[in-house]
Structure formats: structure tokens, C-alpha cells
Design a protein around this ligand. Structure first.
Ligand code: ZN
Length: 520
């Protein structure tokens, strides 16, 4: 007699357990320590990997299904934007410079995060966490691809995007982002997990994916905003993973607390410095403004961060060491960065400019405690010089912080006047820093950071020229030689936006010309 097949209906929880925790096995013909050589040397102790519970209970089959659906919706928007010449509908030609900096500084970091998390997954012996990090790794690769595809439409019409990967490796100002990515990639697996998922994703990415992306939409870029929003749903998962990872490790062993605290101190500060790019985009590179960096910081970093650390205090964790200084910096960093990059505008692969009077007024209103006193007079001075045909170009090679690699452009906490500068000796050499926190990060691992590849040093040592270029010959132009080496096209990719090829093209296209026909 036929027996009726009973379909075995698992609950979501059982299904998650079966598809994640139960996939694991102990090795037999090689010791586990040899198969997983990296998850012990950082000092983190895990006694029971089964305690790790992915809050989303996501299994691989569900993951690929959700992501596939999101991709379909995203590419419908990106394709429609390209076919309808959406690049002509953005608020202002200056806006595109935000996308340039995005694809130069942020997008390559997504690729590094993909690699970092693939390696975290390989290195940890807990199977459920391995699956969660594998998904995060795939998410980051997806973000890299999505951003590249969405911005590629603009690359057809605008300068400043054509060699973004080369610039990431060689352009001095992008070493901030590259050193962040490589610091994570060369850390141990637990540090990478905590540093990127918690220090960066959980504490600091909301201004990037929420307030900046809203501004992008407000400026008519439906393509980039769709990419931002599709990434945001992944990022919510990443943030939760960061918090869960911190809680899981703190509950596993009391000895983990000081190690985790040090990583949170370090990665909060490194992420905060990296987010200076986002601050500058938000306040200076979005022509139609909505929200200032400071307002976004209050809403998306400071308030949720204070609440989160009040909760984590039960587990013995305190706020990151640089927290108060970072909160105070919300009045300053965007202005200090724009001032620096404006001055070095002839060495970048995007355009800079002095904001228009109405924009300066907006900044005065948004930053009543700092802008008029410290920053507006300087910008007005630049505008006067520019009007007189003497645009300010800073001819120096900047001193970079040994840790975060920003030029030393930030001021002391509580001051808009005094540039912060720290110096430490290590192995008979002097090293320079932008802040106490960068100095401390160095001092905790001097062997690592003393090897940092600082673009300004490399330039001065003559390592940034194409083969065959000779210094000290008649008519030798170091700046031109370095830009050639980086593949930044002088006069096209860099300099002031006013009278740039991009500005003239955008104006002409706005007058009704076909973008593909418009030639200068
Ligand atoms: Zn620094």
C-alpha cells in the first residue's frame, strides 16, 4: 500500500539551523588548528560557536533570491536613466564631481570589503558566522558592481572617472581610503569583523547611505540613489551583524573585552576620518542642499550612537575614545577638507570651486558656531583671487598623517585655529599624525604603520614618475610628471570647475544639444 508522503514543514528557526549550524564538520585527517590557523592569534576566545545567531536567519537560497529580485529592479532604473540621458537632468554640472569622488574613494573600498569578508569567512571556524560573512562578502562585491555600472553612464560624458582604479592606487588624496581598506585587509579576522561591521558599518555609514543618498535624489540622480537604497537594505543587515558580533564575542569570554574595546576605539576613529569625504560631499559637492553634515551627524551618528553605547555599557563597553572629539568635529571637518582640496585642486581628478554666495549663506546658517568665524572669510578670499585671475593653487606637497593619511588639515579639539600635529619616534625615525587617536593607533602597532606607503613621501623620493622620466633635467615639471604617472589628465580632470570642459559641456547640453554630438 502506498504511504502518503508527509511534507516535513520546518519553522524558520529550524530551517535556519539546519542550513547553517548543521553544515559544519570537524576535520579528521588534518587538525582543526591547521585548517583554521588565523582565528586564535588575536587573543579572542570563543567557547561555543553555536551561540552565534544571525538575527536575520538568512539561508543561502533565500539570500540569492532576494538579491536577484533587487538586482532586477535596480537595473531597470539604471538602464532607464541612461536611455533617457538622465545625466542632463541633474541639478548642476558640479554635482557630477560628487560621483567622481565616490567612484574614486568609496567604490574601490567596497571591493576591498568584499575581499576582507571572504577571508573572514574562510578564517573563522564557526559555520553560521562563516555563512553570514560570505553573504556580506557577496553584498560588497554587488555594491562595487552596482556603483560602477550606475556611474559608468556619467563616465561617457564627464572627465574624472576614466581611471578610478589606478587613481585609487596612486593618487595622493585617495591613499586615505586605500590605507583604510588595506589596514582592514591585513588585520586578523576578528578585528576585520569588528572594525568593518561595527566600527564602520554600524556606527558611521548611515550619513553615507541615508542623508547623502537623499541629497543625491534631490539633485536628480535617480541612478545613483537607486544604488544607494539597494545597498542600504544590505547595510542594515551588516550593521546588525556588527552589533551581534560585538555582543557574541563579549559574552563568550571576559578576556575579549579589552581587545574588542581597542578595536572599536581604532576603527571608529579610522572610519570617522574616512567619512571626511562624505562630510565634504554633503556640504560642498551637492549643489541643491537638503541637510548639512552636522545635522546628519546629529541624527544618524551621535543620537543612535549614544543610545547604543548606553546599552552596550551593560557588557562593559564604553564609547570609542575619539567619540567626543568626532562629535565636536561636526562643525569643522567638511570646511577644513574642502579648503584643503580646493587648494590642491590642480592635483586631483575632480573639480573644486568656491561656493556661490547663496551657498555660503546656507553654510553660515547651518554652522553658526564655526563657518563665519573660520571658514567663510577664507572662501571669500579665494573667490576674490579667482576673480582677479589668480586662483589659489597650493604648491606644497602635503604632510600626511602616518595612520589615516590625511594631510594635517584638522584643528585641535575645541579650536578652529590651531592645526593638530603630533609626533612620535619609532626605531630612530620621526612619524607625524593628525590627532592623538591616529598617534595611538600607530603606537599600538608601530611595525604595521611605520611601513605605510605615504604618497607625499613617495613623490618626494621620486617614485611617482613613469619609466624613463628623469628628475633634475632642464624643464622638468614634477607635478606634471606625477599627474602623468597617475593618469590624471591635466586641465581636463582637475582644476577649477569654472571654465572646465565639464562645465562648458554641461551648459551646452542644457541648451538642447545632443550630448553625443557636443564636442569642444
Ligand atoms: Zn590621522
Amino acid at each position: 500500500m502506498d504511504k502518503r508522503v508527509e511534507k516535513n514543514k520546518h519553522s524558520l528557526h529550524d530551517r535556519y539551523t539546519a542550513m547553517t549550524h548543521d553544515l559544519h564538520w570537524e576535520t579528521t585527517y588534518q587538525p582543526m588548528d591547521k585548517v583554521f590557523p588565523h582565528d586564535k592569534y588575536e587573543g579572542i576566545k570563543v567557547h561555543d560557536w553555536d551561540k552565534w545567531q544571525d538575527p536575520f536567519r538568512l539561508t543561502s537560497d533565500a539570500y540569492w533570491k532576494y538579491q536577484g529580485e533587487k538586482e532586477k529592479r535596480l537595473y531597470a532604473v539604471v538602464d532607464a536613466f541612461a536611455q533617457n540621458n538622465g545625466q542632463l537632468g541633474v541639478s548642476d554640472g558640479r554635482y557630477v564631481n560628487l560621483l567622481k569622488l565616490f567612484i574614486q574613494a568609496i567604490t574601490p573600498n567596497e571591493y576591498y570589503a568584499h575581499r576582507s569578508f571572504a577571508q573572514v569567512g574562510r578564517s573563522l571556524r564557526g559555520d553560521a558566522l562563516r555563512i553570514a560573512t560570505q553573504m556580506k562578502s557577496a553584498d560588497e562585491l554587488r555594491h562595487f558592481q552596482n556603483q560602477t555600472h550606475a556611474i559608468s553612464n556619467f563616465n561617457k560624458y564627464f572627465n574624472g572617472m576614466h581611471h578610478a582604479p589606478q587613481w585609487f592606487d596612486h593618487a595622493w588624496y585617495l591613499s586615505v581610503s586605500k590605507s583604510f581598506a588595506e589596514d582592514a585587509l591585513s588585520a586578523g579576522p576578528f578585528e576585520r569583523l569588528i572594525g568593518l561591521s561595527f566600527g564602520f558599518d554600524d556606527l558611521l555609514t548611515r550619513p553615507l547611505f541615508v542623508s547623502l543618498m537623499s541629497a543625491v535624489a534631490h539633485n536628480g540622480d535617480l541612478s545613483a540613489v537607486s544604488v544607494g537604497f539597494t545597498a542600504q537594505s544590505d547595510s542594515s543587515r551588516h550593521m546588525t551583524m556588527g552589533q551581534e558580533a560585538v555582543k557574541f564575542l563579549l559574552q563568550q569570554d571576559a578576556a575579549n573585552l579589552p581587545i574588542i574595546q581597542r578595536w572599536i576605539d581604532k576603527w571608529f576613529w579610522r572610519s570617522y576620518r574616512l567619512m571626511t569625504f562624505a562630510a565634504m560631499m554633503q556640504d560642498y559637492m551637492v549643489p541643491k542642499r537638503m541637510m548639512s553634515w552636522k545635522e546628519g551627524w546629529d541624527m544618524f551618528v551621535q543620537k543612535p550612537g549614544e543610545a547604543l553605547f548606553a546599552e552596550l555599557a551593560q557588557l562593559g563597553l564604553r564609547k570609542p575614545k575619539g567619540w567626543d572629539q568626532a562629535c565636536e568635529g561636526k562643525d569643522h571637518i567638511s570646511h577644513q577638507a574642502w579648503n584643503a582640496y580646493y587648494g590642491f585642486g590642480h592635483t586631483l581628478a575632480f573639480h573644486t570651486w568656491v561656493p556661490e554666495v547663496a551657498e555660503l549663506d546656507w553654510l553660515s546658517q547651518k554652522y553658526p558656531d564655526s563657518f563665519d568665524r573660520w571658514y567663510r572669510p577664507r572662501l571669500e578670499h579665494y573667490a576674490q583671487l579667482h576673480a582677479a585671475g589668480q586662483r589659489f593653487n597650493n604648491q606644497s606637497v602635503p604632510m600626511q598623517c602616518q595612520t589615516c593619511q590625511f594631510p594635517l588639515i584638522f584643528t585641535e579639539q575645541g579650536s578652529g585655529r590651531w592645526t593638530a600635529y603630533r609626533e612620535t619616534q619609532h626605531a630612530g625615525e620621526a612619524f607625524h599624525f593628525c590627532s592623538d587617536h591616529c598617534e595611538e593607533i600607530f603606537s599600538n602597532e608601530p611595525e604595521k604603520y611605520s611601513q605605510a606607503h605615504l604618497a607625499s613621501h613617495q613623490i618626494l623620493q621620486g617614485h611617482c614618475y613613469n619609466a624613463g622620466v628623469q628628475e633634475n633635467t632642464a624643464g622638468f615639471d614634477r607635478q606634471a610628471a606625477v599627474l602623468d604617472f597617475c593618469q590624471i589628465v591635466q586641465g581636463h580632470d582637475n582644476g577649477d570647475f569654472t571654465n572646465s570642459e565639464d562645465a562648458l559641456n554641461f551648459e551646452n547640453w542644457g541648451a538642447g544639444q545632443d550630448p553625443q554630438e557636443a564636442q569642444l
